[in-house]
Write a new protein. Structure first.
Length: 445
C-alpha cells in the first residue's frame, strides 16, 4: 500500500477585489502551480488535497465558484482526483449578512458562558430550529457538498477513512471551529466543544488525523481540546495563522499551513505544505507511523516557491503504532465524562456505545488499490450539473420524491444520496449523471 500524500493548503481567500490585488493573487497562484508540478515530479502523485478553511473571503457564492474551478486545476496538477478535496470552514467562510440578531446573541453567549456549560450550550444552539450557528455556513455547505465535507445539521464532524499499509488507515476527521465566528472574533473566542473531539478508540487500526481551521490556541476550550486528543490523534492540520508551524504537542503533530494569500505586509509570505503519512516496520515486530512535512514558501527575493527552514528535505516525526490486537483490548475508562485513552503503544480501551460520539461517516476516500470510492466520484459529478439537471436526474433515478424538491438544496441532495445504497442505485445514478453531462455538452456545442 503506498503512503498517503496530502497537499495542504489554507487561507486562499478568493474574492472579487480590485484589479491590482486580483493580478497579484493570480501571480501567486501561478507560482504555486509551478511548484506543485515540481513537487509532484519529486514525490509522485498526491492522494488528496486538503484545504483547512478560508476558501472564500466573505462566504459569497461566486467566491466558491472560482474556488471550485481553481481546486480542479490544483487536483489535476498534483495527480489527485478532483473529488478528493477535503475541506473545513474558516472564519472567512462565514457569510456575515446571514447572521441575524438572535445569531449574534448566540455567538456572544458561547464567548461568555461558564466553561462547564459550553458543550451543552453548543448542543442547544445546534438544535435550535432557527439555526443561529448553521445558517451563515449555507453557502460554504453548497460548495463543500460536492466533496462530501459539508457541516452536518447535528453539528457532528465528518470522518472518512484513507487506507494505509499493514491494516492501518488514516481516520480523517473534519472539525468546525467557526460555529460562533463573526466580526468580533479574537484569539481565544472560538469554540469546539467536547463532542467533536470525542475520538473513538474501538476502530482497529485507526490513525486519527484532524482537520480544523483554527488551532487549539485560538479557542476558548484550548486545554480541553488538547487533553481530549492527547494520545488519540496523531496529527492536526490547521490554517488561520498566516505563518507555518510544525510542533509536537502531547504526542499530536500540529501542522499549520500558513496562507496561500496572507496579508500583504512585511514578514508574511505565501506558504503551503506537502505531507506524507507512511506505515513501516519498527524492526522489532511492530509498526511505526512516519510523517514527513515539506514546508513551501514564496519569498520575494527568490520569485518562486522554495523550502522553508534549513535544507530541502522534509521535517520528519516518527510515532510508535499500537498492535492491531491491542487496539481492541476490552477496557473502558471514564474520567468526568471523558474517555481516557492509554498511550498509543499500550493496550487500548474500547468505547462503549454510551460513551461513543460517532462522527458523520463519509464515503471512503479510496479503496485498497487507490481507486476513488464510487459514491464520492458520482456525488462530485452530480454536483457539477446545473441544479435543474440535478433534480431531474435524482427524480428519474427514484432517489427523490416530488415533496423533496421543496427542501433546501443541501438537504435535498443528502436525502437522495442517503437512498443511493439500494441495490443498483449507484449504477443507475452514474449512468443518468453521465447522460445529463453529455446532453449539457451537446447544448453548449
Amino acid at each position: 500500500m503506498p503512503p498517503a500524500v496530502l497537499v495542504h493548503l489554507s487561507d486562499i481567500h478568493f474574492h472579487t477585489g480590485g484589479r491590482g490585488q486580483a493580478a497579484r493573487m493570480s501571480a501567486v497562484r501561478t507560482h504555486l502551480m509551478q511548484d506543485l508540478a515540481a513537487m509532484r515530479h519529486e514525490l509522485g502523485n498526491a492522494t488528496a488535497v486538503v484545504v483547512t478553511g478560508d476558501i472564500a473571503y466573505s462566504g459569497a457564492p461566486e467566491e466558491y465558484d472560482v474556488a471550485r474551478e481553481w481546486l480542479d486545476l490544483v487536483s489535476a496538477e498534483v495527480g489527485s482526483p478532483d473529488s478528493l478535496v477535503l475541506t473545513v470552514p474558516g472564519n472567512h467562510d462565514i457569510h456575515w449578512p446571514s447572521i441575524r440578531p438572535s445569531a449574534k446573541i448566540a455567538r456572544e453567549t458561547l464567548r461568555t458562558c461558564p466553561m462547564e456549560q459550553l458543550t451543552p450550550m453548543i448542543d442547544e444552539l445546534i438544535d435550535d430550529p432557527d439555526r443561529p450557528l448553521l445558517a451563515p455556513l449555507d453557502n460554504y455547505n453548497e460548495f463543500a457538498l460536492g466533496y462530501r465535507c459539508e457541516v452536518q445539521e447535528d453539528g457532528l464532524p465528518w470522518e472518512a477513512p484513507l487506507p494505509l499499509s499493514d491494516g492501518y488507515h488514516l481516520a480523517v476527521r473534519g472539525l468546525t471551529t467557526v460555529f460562533n465566528s463573526d466580526r468580533n472574533d479574537g484569539r481565544g473566542t472560538l469554540v469546539v466543544g467536547r463532542t467533536q473531539t470525542s475520538l473513538p478508540i474501538d476502530d482497529p487500526g485507526a490513525v486519527h488525523l484532524l482537520l480544523a481551521h483554527h488551532g487549539p490556541e485560538d479557542c476558548r476550550d484550548t486545554t480541553e481540546i488538547r487533553d481530549r486528543i492527547r494520545h488519540r490523534a496523531w496529527a492536526l492540520l490547521c490554517g488561520h495563522r498566516h505563518d507555518q508551524r510544525v510542533q509536537n504537542i502531547n504526542g499530536c503533530l500540529e501542522i499549520t499551513a500558513g496562507a496561500v494569500h496572507p496579508e500583504e505586509q512585511p514578514g508574511y509570505y505565501p506558504t503551503y505544505n506537502w505531507i506524507r503519512f507512511d506505515v513501516a516496520s519498527d524492526g522489532a515486530g511492530g509498526h511505526q507511523l512516519i510523517v514527513d512535512v515539506w514546508q513551501r514558501v514564496l519569498r520575494p527575493e527568490w520569485n518562486r516557491f522554495g523550502a522553508s527552514g534549513e535544507g530541502p528535505g522534509p521535517q520528519r516525526e516518527v510515532f510508535p503504532l499500537p498492535t492491531l490486537s491491542a487496539v481492541t483490548a476490552p477496557v473502558t475508562t471514564r474520567l468526568d465524562g471523558a474517555l481516557v485513552r492509554a498511550p498509543r503503544n499500550e493496550p487500548q480501551p474500547t468505547v462503549t456505545a454510551a460513551g461513543s460520539a460517532e462522527a458523520a461517516p463519509r464515503p471512503p476516500l479510496t479503496d485498497e488499490e487507490g481507486r476513488v470510492d464510487e459514491q464520492r466520484r458520482i456525488a462530485r459529478d452530480l454536483l457539477d450539473l446545473p441544479v435543474p439537471d440535478q433534480e431531474r436526474v435524482l427524480l428519474l433515478c427514484g432517489l427523490l420524491q416530488p415533496t423533496d424538491i421543496d427542501k433546501d438544496h443541501v438537504t435535498m441532495i443528502l436525502t437522495a444520496l442517503g437512498r443511493a445504497d439500494a441495490p443498483g442505485a449507484l449504477a443507475r445514478l452514474a449512468a443518468a449523471v453521465a447522460d445529463a453531462r453529455d446532453r449539457g455538452r451537446g447544448r453548449s456545442a
